[in-house]
Structures are given as structure tokens and as C-alpha cells.
Design a protein around this ligand. Structure first.
Ligand code: ATP
Ligand code: MG
Length: 417
């Protein structure tokens, strides 16, 4: 954000006051330090003469005295050269904490003009500490009179304020980022704890019941209870796997192992696996056997298919499901369609976010809202796309694309090399 940048006008009686006022306003209103410095120095030049100005700051991390800003306004000097000339005065002002006047003889006079250089070095104060030096350089003019020195000190003080504003803005931004991070971590922990506690509570409850010495359970009931414990333990493991995957995907530490895959076979395997768990599922596969080979991570793509099929089973229970493929120029698209209740449009844009679940469904179907987030991350890591088309009362289609590797034609003679 930048405040109004006031242009220097012609020198009049009120110019000095106007410039001083405008400099103070820029400092109060400008958040863009570079633009603020440009404006302050251009305005300063309407009230005292200098050809170059440069700012050096002490870098706390490296211990170096580094050029942070330079502006050449007169006599067509280059910034680099001006910087070099200004450094001794800036260093001296920084070390002594005092205003420094340096004069240099830049060689014999040309066409009767003296080639003298005057440097005015000022300590740069930020938050009561000297952090660097500001240098105004004038080439071949009269020496700086005391009133110009006072104006330069006024400008230096305001430049210090600009740097202080920047320091504060950075500090606020980092505090806000930290607060947001803590909030997200808290939310994450509370969601996870809740999700972990449910299957754990079931396991504990059934095991404790089975262990009671005052009750005898017939073998059928015992088996039924043990099956529940077994299912809940699976659920717990799945949850932990998903949580691990999701945090690795978030930090970019989950590596994809790309290899040539037979997508058609992978899809058929995934459907049989899902049907072995839910035998009543009605799944049609409309995918040709001879899809082109793709470079992909087979385990991860199978994970995507498994979640899409499990979702179709959970949220569109009893409806026929179809898995179809479409071949476009450079991609293959795979879609999983169901004839379930569909998803209302306000939820669709959020479904690929971590932990997002459609609120109305949450109470009767178990899940954490990690599945589609993981699918998106996996597909993105393969440079593919994932999307949803859903119509309330009609059904849902979730599709993803994977790029087909274009085989480079072998150039004549290439095989001989
Ligand atoms: P998890 O997959 O982590 O066990 P989940 O199934 O709730 O939990 P996602 O797979 O990310 O999580 O799905 C997010 C939400 O999208 C689901 O909670 C559900 O509300 C909605 N959803 C997903 N697939 C369908 C579908 N085929 N029909 C209707 N709603 C769906
Ligand atoms: Mg799911």
C-alpha cells in the first residue's frame, strides 16, 4: 500500500514548509518502503541540493555493512559508483553516531569547475538504535551550509521512521502468521483427537465387556464383538495412515515413485478390492483394456481409486456406480459416477480441503474428510487435475486426469549412437 507521492514543485517561498509537511505525510502513510524513500528524497531535493543519496544498513545476521538503497538525481551518475563513494561517510556516521561532513578532491578541475565532492553522512536511527548511515553526496557545488545540514538531519530522522514502519509491518505480519498457524494446529489436534477417540472407545468398550468375569458370552456373541473390535482397529489404522499421508503431502515430503503403469488393470483391481469389502456394490467398468501406458505411482493412484469408490459406496449407498475413462489428446480422464443424493453447490468448492465434510452427511456416515484432500494432492503431484460434477437428487461424478506420456519419435540414425 502506498500513500500519495507528492511531486517536487518549483522553488517558492512556501516550498520548504510544503516539502517538510509532505515528507512527514509520506512517512505516516506509506507502507512501501522503496516508494516512500524515492518520494522522500525527491522532495528533499527541492529544499537542499544533492546529486546522490545512498543508505547503508548494518546486517545483524552477516555482520556486514550493506547498501540498502541508492538514488542518483543529478549529473547522470551511476548508482554503483555513487554507492562506493558514499560508503566511507556512511560508515563513519554509523560508527560515531554523529553527522559527518567529508570532502574529497576528485582530480584536477575541468573547464574551470572544481571537481570536489561533498558528502554528508548521517547516522540512521531506528527504534532508538543506530542501524546504519545515510549519505547525501554533492558534486562540485558549494559546501553544505548549516541550515542544509539541519534539513538533512530532518530527512534522516524521517527515513528512520520509514524503516521503523517496515520493521513494525513485518513484525505484525509474522505475529499474525504465527497466530493463524497456532489456530490451525489447535483445530487439527481437536479434529484428530475426536476421530481417534471414536474407534478407540469402541475397542476399549467391547474388550472390557468381553473380559468381564461375571458374565458368560456365548461364542456367537463373542465372535460378533471381536469382529467389531477388528473393524475398529482397521479403521484406526486407516485413520493414522491417512493422517500421516496428509501431513506428508502438506509438507511435500511424500515422494511419488513414478513407473509405467497399466491403468486399466489398476482400476479393475481397485474395483475388485472394494467389492470384496462391499459385495452388494453394483459397479460397471467402462474402461478399455488397452489404455496407453502412463508414468505414475501405482500405489498412490490405487489409493485415489479406492477412496472414490469408497465414497460412492458410503454416500450413494445402493445406487449403481460406473467407472469410465475418456482419452483426450494428452491426458486420460477417469471418472467415478454414482446415482446418489448429490452434493449441494455451496459445498462443492470445499470438498478437496483438508477435513471438509458436507455437514448434513457427517452424522450418519463415518469419515474424516481427508480422502478427497489426499486424492487432490496425489493427482496434482502427477501434474493431473481432479474435479467434481454433482447435481442434487441426480448423483455425483468425481473425475481425475493423468497425463499420457508422448513418445518422442526416434530420429533417423539415433539408435546407432
Ligand atoms: P475419509 O475419506 O477421510 O474417510 P470422508 O469420506 O468424509 O472421509 P472425503 O473422501 O474427503 O472424506 O469426502 C469429503 C466429503 O465429500 C464427504 O464427507 C461427503 O460429504 C462428500 N462426498 C464425497 N463423495 C461423495 C459422493 N460420491 N456423493 C456425495 N457426497 C460425497
Ligand atoms: Mg472418503
Amino acid at each position: 500500500m502506498t500513500g500519495p507521492l507528492v511531486r517536487p514543485g518549483p522553488l517558492t517561498h512556501g516550498t520548504e514548509l510544503n516539502a517538510v509537511y509532505a515528507i512527514a505525510r509520506i512517512v505516516a502513510e506509506t507502507y512501501d518502503t522503496e516508494a516512500g524513500l524515492d518520494a522522500v528524497f525527491r522532495l528533499s531535493r527541492t529544499i537542499f541540493i544533492f546529486d546522490v543519496v545512498s543508505l547503508f544498513l548494518h546486517n545483524k545476521e552477516t555482520g556486514e555493512f550493506e547498501p540498502a538503497y541508492a538514488l542518483a538525481l543529478g549529473r547522470g551518475r551511476s548508482r554503483e559508483a555513487d554507492l562506493e563513494w558514499g560508503e566511507p561517510a556512511a560508515t563513519e556516521a554509523y560508527r560515531s553516531g554523529q553527522t559527518i561532513l567529508r570532502q574529497e578532491d576528485a582530480g584536477p578541475s575541468v573547464k574551470g569547475r572544481e571537481r570536489r565532492r561533498d558528502f554528508l553522512g548521517l547516522p540512521m536511527m531506528v527504534h532508538g538504535r543506530c542501524v546504519g548511515g545515510l549519505v547525501f553526496g554533492r558534486f562540485g557545488g558549494p559546501a553544505y551550509p548549516p541550515e542544509h545540514i539541519r534539513l538533512a538531519e530532518f530527512v534522516a530522522w524521517h527515513v528512520g521512521q520509514l524503516l521503523e514502519n517496515r520493521r513494525m509491518a513485518r513484525r505484525i505480519a509474522s505475529l499474525e502468521a504465527q497466530r493463524e498457524l497456532t489456530r490451525m494446529q489447535d483445530e487439527f489436534i481437536s479434529t484428530i483427537s475426536h476421530e481417534l477417540r471414536t474407534p478407540l472407545g469402541m475397542i476399549k468398550g467391547y474388550v472390557t465387556t468381553l473380559m468381564r468375569e461375571d458374565t458368560h458370552w456365548d461364542s456367537e456373541t463373542r465372535l460378533e464383538f471381536l469382529e467389531i473390535v477388528d473393524e475398529e482397529a482397521d479403521r484406526l489404522r486407516e485413520l493414522i495412515d491417512n493422517l500421516l499421508d496428509s501431513s506428508r503431502l502438506e509438507t511435500g515430503t511424500l515422494r511419488m515413485t513414478l513407473e509405467p503403469i497399466e491403468l486399466s488393470a489398476l482400476i479393475r483391481d481397485s474395483v475388485s478390492r472394494t467389492k470384496s469389502v462391499y459385495p452388494e456394490m453394483d459397479v460397471e467398468i467402462d474402461v478399455p483394456e488397452d489404455l496407453p501406458r502412463l508414468q505414475a505411482d501405482p500405489t498412490r493412484i490405487a489409493q485415489v481409486m479406492d477412496n472414490l469408490l469408497s465414497n460412492a459406496n458410503k454416500y450413494a449407498t445402493g445406487s449403481p456406480i460406473a467407472v469410465r475413462s475418456v482419452r483426450y489428446d494428452n491426458v486420460i480422464e477417469i471418472g467415478v459416477e454414482d446415482g446418489g443424493p448429490g452434493i449441494s453447490p455451496e459445498h462443492v468448492p470445499h470438498l478437496f480441503e483438508r477435513f471438509y465434510r458436507v455437514p448434513e452427511q457427517t452424522s450418519n456416515v463415518r469419515g474424516t474428510g481427508l480422502g478427497l484432500y489426499i486424492c487432490r494432492k496425489i493427482i496434482e503431484a502427477h501434474s493431473g487435475e481432479i474435479g467434481i460434477e454433482s447435481e442434487e437428487g441426480e448423483g455425483t461424478r468425481i473425475y481425475f486426469t493423468l497425463p499420457v506420456q508422448v513418445m518422442e519419435p526416434i530420429m533417423e540414425g539415433e539408435h546407432e549412437r
